[in-house]
Design a protein around this ligand. Structure first.
Ligand SMILES: [Fe+2]
Length: 516
């Protein structure tokens, strides 16, 4: 429905809540006062806020989209009402008494799709049978579409809060994400094919086809250079995206691949630097800047295995990543649990506990990764935050020291409601909201990991600072920003101890000799 596609818009429960509490609210606000939005997007302090970014008043089109949304997605609105009704029902139930009698009163559209539960403190809640809910009209693939256009820069702030309205240079294809035609189209980045054939398969109108043909070139792309040495090659692609390659193995972590073909100030790797087949894609957690459908769908045909953290027990806030990927056409998804391993003769991938950065919500779809390539070990901690230092002592007992740590240090994260607000049933006070930020490690917490795992190298990453990541991270730091101050301290302290340490930016390549 013209909004930037991310995982919470796929799973029916989270999608419904986001439609009502994010999309409809943003559109209503824009219709009320487009000028307020036009002013807000010019203010750097508002980056990441719920604002529509168009240079001129597009109220009429937004009104149209809102009407279309309320009509086509009316079922999703009903689902939200049903969740709210269920929440009220649970709140009115005398605490501690059996829930069996309540099933009769569950809103009819949720009957058979939820289980009512207590936690051990007699707090009531419900869990969703998500697989069953996907199998209803609440998962409607006709809401999915692909927008294609030629870009000549990385700037697209407010993409998450700005619906993609019609534009003469934009081709909108109403195809669901699991359609194989996406693979066919994506393959043509590398392998020559016939745009005309593809246009026929896509049933494009003459006008659409005219634009479509401008997306193709007769020039062959720079061929990918496979690594053939006997070391472990690490390449940093920006944000949390790291590519590990040996002559026999390829692993891509949290894919976020930039576009290319236009001048950029910051040197970086892109699609050309990825192989035709990727053995493992590892996903650390279910945040927009770590699960990017716009990167993953075009890569789908090249991914042999995609590893995702195992999700929890059906909570609305913790949709299952495996299911989500299955539904959008990935048939090779492996769920990994805490301390569970995936073994190959030349590598062991271990899921490790990921704490923090999720506002203390009961969310399990998050994992750090310990990747051992032969006897060389790398620890990817993503945005996790050390909440209880003892945890890492316990982990260390199993995995031992590591050679390299990659650590996210976005230690001044967004408040709880920025991401999870649309899923909450009760009003959140400002104090609560700001006390439960989505923050990663600061200097002290980061040093705890260094002290525990004795790495030889420490890299701060996942800071969202590259120009092509800004649209999704909504972060622009200065030297005075806390994450910069704290990560500088960590880098300096690590260096003073003789470690190699750096805050990564743009691109980086390192070749590691396997110890043996
Ligand atoms: Fe995150």
């Amino acid at each position: 429905m013209r909004w930037y596609a991310w995982s919470h818009l796929i799973s029916p429960g989270t999608a419904a809540m986001n439609i009502v509490k994010r999309h409809v609210e943003i559109m209503n606000s824009y219709i009320d006062s487009p000028q307020q939005h036009m002013d807000a997007v010019k203010d750097p302090k508002m980056l990441g806020g719920p604002f529509v970014d168009y240079g001129y008043d597009r109220t009429d089109e937004v009104k149209e989209l809102l009407a279309d949304t309320l009509e086509k997605q009316s079922k999703m609105v009903q689902l939200v009402f049903a969740f709210r009704k269920l929440d009220k029902l649970l709140k009115s139930h005398p605490k501690g008494y059996s829930l069996e009698g309540l099933y009769d009163k569950v809103p009819s559209i949720l009957k058979g799709y939820v289980e009512l539960i207590y936690d051990l403190n007699n707090n009531l809640s419900f869990r969703i049978f998500e697989e069953l809910l996907y199998n209803t009209e609440y998962y409607d693939k006709s809401f999915q579409s692909i927008a294609l256009w030629i870009t000549n820069n990385d700037s697209r702030p407010f993409s998450l809060s700005t619906p993609k309205l019609n534009d003469a240079n934009l081709l909108h294809l109403n195809i669901p994400f699991d359609d194989k035609i996406i693979d066919e189209l994506s393959k043509m980045k590398r392998v020559a094919g016939s745009p005309e054939d593809l246009a026929n398969k896509l049933n494009l109108t003459e006008r659409q086809n005219e634009l479509f043909q401008t997306f193709f070139t007769e020039e062959a792309p720079v061929p990918y250079q496979k690594y053939t040495g006997d070391k472990v090659r690490m390449r940093y692609f920006g944000h949390a995206c790291i590519f590990i390659e040996t002559k026999d193995l390829t692993i891509l972590i949290d894919p976020l691949i930039s576009y290319y073909g236009y001048p950029t100030e910051v040197h970086h790797y892109s699609d050309f630097d990825l192989p035709d087949e990727i053995d493992y894609v590892l996903i650390t957690h279910n945040h927009q800047d770590h699960v990017l459908l716009e990167t993953l769908l075009p890569l789908r045909h090249r991914i042999k295995n995609i590893v995702v953290p195992r999700s929890g027990g059906g909570g609305l806030q913790d949709p299952k990543l495996k299911l989500m990927f299955n539904k959008i056409g990935f048939n090779n998804v492996i769920e990994i649990d805490e301390m569970e391993t995936i073994k190959r003769s030349d590598c062991i991938i271990t899921g490790m506990p990921f704490t923090g950065e999720h506002s203390d919500l009961d969310i399990k779809a998050k994992t750090c990764y310990h990747v051992k390539v032969e006897d060389f070990s790398l620890f990817f901690s993503a945005d996790s935050r050390v909440m209880e230092p003892k945890l890492y002592e316990n982990i260390h007992k199993i995995v031992g020291d590591v050679d390299v740590i990659f650590l996210g240090m976005e230690c001044d994260g967004a408040p709880l409601t920025w991401l999870y607000g649309p899923l909450m049933f009760d009003e959140i006070s400002r104090e609560n909201d700001h006390s439960r930020k989505l923050s990663g490690c600061d200097h002290m917490k980061g040093m705890h990991l260094v002290n525990m795992f004795h790495p030889k190298e420490v890299y701060v990453y996942a800071m969202g600072q590259e120009p092509w990541c800004e649209f999704i991270s909504s972060l622009k730091y200065t030297d005075e920003s806390l994450p910069i101050i704290e990560s500088n301290k960590l880098v300096e302290e690590s260096q003073s101890r003789g470690l190699i340490a750096e805050r990564l930016f743009g691109e980086k390549e390192i070749l590691y000799s396997k110890r043996s």
